[in-house]
Write a protein that binds this ligand. Structure first.
Ligand code: ZN
Ligand code: ZN
Length: 236
């Protein structure tokens, strides 16, 4: 499967990533990607950017070249009812709003039980402004197959894409196979992203080979810019 859009990338603004927007754009052109989304961590993650980093992304629209640069964020859960850090008006100004769970001291998700966190994540997916869940299979929140099933069923019901994150595979292979089987069974919208934190990682979809026979191509939302536009409701 050829993917022409990478919907999950980080820049130096995330504090623990090492590339600039311009470096990502240059690499995207080399790879002939049709679009990339800049999805730095939200302001709640330690070292995360200030809210102005997100409210100013309108100017991505005028970045020259053939690769569309989409504004975005990878937010974190910040309360029991699907709360996130950015206010609604900022979220609605962004084109790609993703949500993920990350481990950090004093973070709401990391200091609450898995059951409470899952409930909040499912609620966040009902928020029409949030259109994707990053790495539902990860090393930090050990969701079992019943819990992953709830996430993929909710992805289908709410029109939220769940992610196969190609930077988080090692040691998770079995759980990822199971996740993809469930995603296929329930026809959950799927996005497949690099989660690049350094420029060489952008658009690196090589490890997708091992998962390809588990994936229904029609369910993949980031095959190309047209499929992204239609799934995320983007008009440009
Ligand atoms: Zn993440
Ligand atoms: Zn990320």
């Amino acid at each position: 499967m050829k993917l022409l859009v990478d919907l999950h990338t980080h820049t130096v603004a995330s504090g623990h990533a090492y590339c600039t927007v311009n470096e990502l754009v240059e690499k995207a052109h080399q790879l002939s990607l049709e679009a990339i989304a800049i999805t730095d961590h939200g302001p709640g993650l330690p070292n995360g950017p200030h809210i102005f980093h997100f409210s100013n992304q309108e100017r991505f629209k005028t970045i020259p070249g053939n690769c569309v640069v989409l504004s975005g964020v990878e937010e974190d859960i910040n309360g029991p009812k699907g709360e996130v850090f950015l206010p609604e008006n900022t979220l609605s100004s962004l084109e790609i709003v993703l949500i993920g769970l990350h481990p950090y001291p004093d973070g709401w998700a990391y200091t609450n039980s898995k059951e409470i966190v899952l409930k909040s994540l499912l609620t966040a997916m009902e928020n029409p402004l949030i259109k994707g869940v990053t790495h539902p299979v990860n090393n930090w929140f050990d969701f079992n197959s019943g819990e992953i099933k709830k996430i993929v069923k909710n992805a289908r019901a709410t029109g939220t894409a769940v992610e196969l994150n190609l930077s988080k595979i090692t040691g998770l292979e079995k759980r990822l196979f199971e996740f993809l089987d469930l995603a296929a069974e329930f026809n959950a919208p799927l996005m497949i992203n690099s989660d690049a934190h350094a420029v060489h990682e952008l658009g690196d979809f090589k490890s997708l080979d091992m998962f390809e026979n588990k994936i229904i191509p029609e369910n993949v939302v980031n095959k190309n810019y047209e499929t992204v536009k239609s799934f995320f409701g983007i008009n440009r």
